[in-house]
Design a protein around this ligand. Structure first.
Ligand code: KIV
Length: 281
């Protein structure tokens, strides 16, 4: 029997921080996995632009388009009955002007079915976050390592390891997180920063921090689905944990299938339809 589960809402996410209940977020890109992750009790499903790398096979997230994000968000929204669906604004869809950002955030909500949006950047994106939040679209910020800045950073590198107020500096990451909160975001992703810095930010902000490669002191954690279930190559980022080996299992199953088809073991009569004998009239 299917039970009706109460949807995770923005106030509920705030309550979790207040009560010290850890928030869970996992990326999802389609209906199949959205249903499974929802069933597992994941609080938030992030339709991340990481799909550019783990689904589309690009080297960075930069080529992902808004139309593609809307397409994937729709699939996830159809599968998520309880989890909050977070639509990620891809590179080029929000940086050029706050107006454009608002229009594209509206698309993710209206056409994609997202309950909120996420965008990368701190201080520089404060006005944009404010404008999106002002039309009642809840916003999640994202500071520390921002993969859309890969070319400025020079790779996917840990941020906040050196002191300084220039991008990548410890004080700058703090300033970015504070700016995101002040602009009206209801949560912020902290990506690839030292755990003591994440602890300091988590203590300083009243909105929840959701960490990836940011240690245990964040209010919640997010992992990329393919890392969590072992759907990528054997390599896993240092900060991720593989809880299953689905990639290996898919190869094993497909090899068994290939073997059985080649040798005539599959299909058997049990997998076939018996000839219909039509009655003579
Ligand atoms: O796109 C994504 O999957 C993300 C997570 C890594 C937080 O932004």
């Amino acid at each position: 029997m299917e039970t009706t589960k109460k949807r995770v809402t923005v106030p509920e996410i705030g309550r979790m921080k207040a009560d010290g209940e850890r928030i869970t977020m996992v990326t999802a890109y389609d209906w199949t996995f959205a249903r499974l992750l929802d069933e597992a009790g994941v609080d938030m499903l992030l339709v991340g632009d990481s799909l550019g790398m783990v689904v589309q096979g690009h080297e960075t997230t930069l080529p992902v388009t808004l139309d593609e994000m809307v397409y994937h968000t729709r699939m996830v929204a159809r599968g998520a009955k309880r989890a909050m669906v977070v639509g990620d604004l891809p590179f080029g869809s929000y940086q050029s002007s706050p107006e454009r950002a608002v229009e594209n955030a509206i698309r993710l909500v209206k056409d994609g079915g997202a309950h909120c949006v996420k965008l990368e950047g701190g201080l520089a994106m404060a006005e944009t976050i404010e404008r999106i939040a002002s039309v009642d679209i809840p916003v999640i910020g994202h500071v520390g390592l921002t993969p859309q800045s890969v070319h400025r950073i020079g790779g996917h590198r840990v941020q906040g390891r050196r002191h300084g107020s220039t991008p990548g500096g410890r004080e700058r990451v703090i300033e970015d997180a504070r700016a995101v909160e002040a602009a009206g975001a209801f949560a912020v992703v902290l990506e690839c920063i030292p755990l003591d810095l994440a602890a300091e930010i988590t203590g300083a902000l009243s909105i929840p921090t959701i960490g990836i490669g940011a240690g245990v002191h964040c209010d919640g954690q997010v992992l990329v689905l393919h890392d969590l279930v072992g759907l990528n190559d054997a390599w896993t980022p240092r900060f991720a944990k593989r809880y299953a080996e689905l990639g290996r299992e898919v190869i094993r199953a497909a090899q068994a299938y290939v073997g059985e088809v080649k040798t005539g073991v599959f299909p058997t009569d049990a997998h076939a339809f018996a000839p219909q004998v039509a009655k003579a009239s």
